[in-house]
Design a protein around this ligand. Structure first.
Ligand SMILES: Cc1cc2nc3c(=O)[nH]c(=O)nc-3n(C[C@H](O)[C@H](O)[C@H](O)COP(=O)(O)OP(=O)(O)OC[C@H]3O[C@@H](n4cnc5c(N)ncnc54)[C@H](O)[C@@H]3O)c2cc1C
Length: 458
């Protein structure tokens, strides 16, 4: 048994873990980064990046199908999944090489292997023990299923959906959250018949209600079917497909069923609880400074309850490294974390929804404004519908921005600055937005909320 000592030992080399490693190395700490698979974790290899590559291929397919509308002669023939997958893997490989080079260029010791916590500050990998002055737990998440619903064969999760070598004719997507609507969008653009089944009353139920409604309208128009407020009761597989039964007695048939009902914390059997870490149903509990119940042991990313997003993991990793180095970083405001759903049309939001804002401040103390992209030149050129909805405290700052429309994800940067810097609509209204850009719609929305609309139709 060999013993190794470091300032910082990190379990998991995904978004949370590698961000902590890079920042700690910058701050002069010695770091052991333990990873059993590939640096980059879910986001790079099985999440954000590969899905967005497929969504881009989907956008190209839609553009070709719609080319005649712009006077461009082109024929859409088929999707060649071999080429789509080569393109996707090329992007992932390039980023993986970049990340590996970055990590190797710093004083970070990457340990390849499966780690387990065996002491309050110690992780064991095979016959080696790594003890840190501090420990960071960042073991990530896995695709959850429902009780009694087994994954296998024609019942798949996002991992298998990303590895498919063919375009299915018909798919049932169980779950209308972010992952579900992104795959529904990809497959529809590739020519698949898609039905989403969501137990809650709307698609993307974590978004502002008006955005959910707008997405449902847009999906209906795109021929994506969905059943909301109805629960799944079972699935049977046969040689050529699946038969899915719903609690309302309905049955649906398809070639495949994608289970996209959320992600659970990957913590089972890793020795956390045995070593005194406070947990709740598998989640690692921390205080607002991301420290667990064991002093000096921190947690980052998807194992910590909250938004499961890569950029939250990055920020938490940076925070922890700075905290350990004594820099006293500002606590991360979970409510200020931007969210983007990359289906077509895209959804981007930051801050409070109208319902949450009304609950927090009282409906009479907030105002909202919805700027329709119909008044935005660039959106008309791109042929997208949608809106930008602002929520402000009366005589106070903007506390929520909610957007839907093609490419609105690219507008989230300004929206998150506005919300996180607590800007007033009157402040933003004085800033000049370039014409014609989609970004201009953010300027227009603030002009209107400040009482001086320009290209806004009542
Ligand atoms: C289909 C899909 C699409 C997504 N799209 C987006 C998106 O567009 N934008 C976004 O922000 N987020 C997206 N996410 C979420 C994002 O991927 C996660 O929030 C992010 O990866 C979480 O980072 P993490 O470090 O907590 O965990 P992970 O990235 O899961 O990393 C954990 C790492 O720990 C390693 N590990 C686990 N246990 C051990 C062990 N015992 N020993 C050694 N190593 C171990 C794993 O191999 C893994 O590499 C998506 C997720 C999915 C599934």
């Amino acid at each position: 048994m060999a013993e190794h000592n470091f300032d910082l030992v990190i379990l998991g080399g995904g978004s949370g873990g590698y961000a902590a490693a890079l920042r700690a190395a910058q701050l002069g700490k010695s770091v052991a980064l333990i990873e059993k698979d590939k640096l980059g974790g879910t986001c790079l290899h099985r999440g954000c990046i590969p899905t967005k590559a497929l969504l881009h291929a989907a956008e190209v397919a839609d553009t070709v199908k719609d080319a005649a509308h712009y006077g461009v002669s082109a024929n859409f023939n088929a999707i060649d999944m071999t080429v789509v997958n080569t393109y996707r893997d090329g992007i992932v490989d390039k980023l993986f090489k970049g990340l590996t080079g970055l990590v190797n260029s710093k004083s970070i010791n990457v340990v390849k292997g499966e780690g387990r916590m065996v002491g309050p500050k110690t992780i064991q990998v095979g016959e080696d023990r790594y003890t840190g002055t501090n420990l960071v737990l960042a073991s990530g998440s896995y695709s959850r299923s429902l009780p009694g619903l087994e994954i296998g064969g024609r019942v798949i999760t996002s991992e298998q959906a990303l590895q498919m070598t063919f375009v299915p004719n018909k798919v049932i997507v169980l779950g209308g959250g972010v992952i579900g609507v992104e795959f529904a969008s990809i497959w529809r653009s590739f020519g698949t018949e898609v039905t989403i089944v969501e137990g809650l009353p709307t698609l993307v139920p974590n978004e502002d209600a008006s955005v959910s409604k707008a997405l449902e309208r847009a999906f209906r128009k795109r021929g994506i079917e969905f059943k909301t407020g109805v629960r799944f009761s079972g699935v049977q597989q046969h040689e050529n497909g699946v038969v899915v039964s719903l609690e309302n007695g309905e049955t649906l048939e398809a070639e495949l069923m994608l289970v996209a009902v959320g992600r659970g914390p990957n913590t089972a059997g890793l020795g956390y609880e045995e070593n005194g870490i406070n947990m709740d149903r598998g989640w690692v509990l921390t205080n607002e400074r991301l420290e667990t119940s064991v002093p000096g042991v921190y947690a980052a990313g998807d194992i910590v309850p909250g938004l499961q997003l890569a950029h939250r993991g990055f920020q938490q990793g940076i925070f922890i490294a700075e905290e350990i180095a004594g820099l006293k970083p500002a606590v991360i405001d979970e409510n200020g974390i931007p969210k983007v759903t990359y289906c077509e049309p895209e959804i981007a939001s930051v801050g409070l929804s109208e319902a949450k804002a009304a609950e927090k401040y009282g409906a009479e103390n907030i105002s909202t404004y919805e700027y329709n992209l119909g008044g935005n030149g660039k959106s008309q050129i791109l042929g997208t519908a949608g809106f930008i909805k602002l929520i402000r405290q009366n005589n106070g700052p903007v506390i929520g921005v909610h957007m839907i429309g093609s490419r609105v994800g690219e507008q989230i940067g300004e929206a998150q600055l506005i919300v996180n810097w607590e800007a007033y609509p009157e402040d933003v209204a004085t800033l000049v937005h370039a014409h014609p850009t989609m970004n201009e719609a953010i300027g227009e929305a603030h002009l209107a909320l400040a009482g001086k609309p320009l290209h806004a139709h009542a």
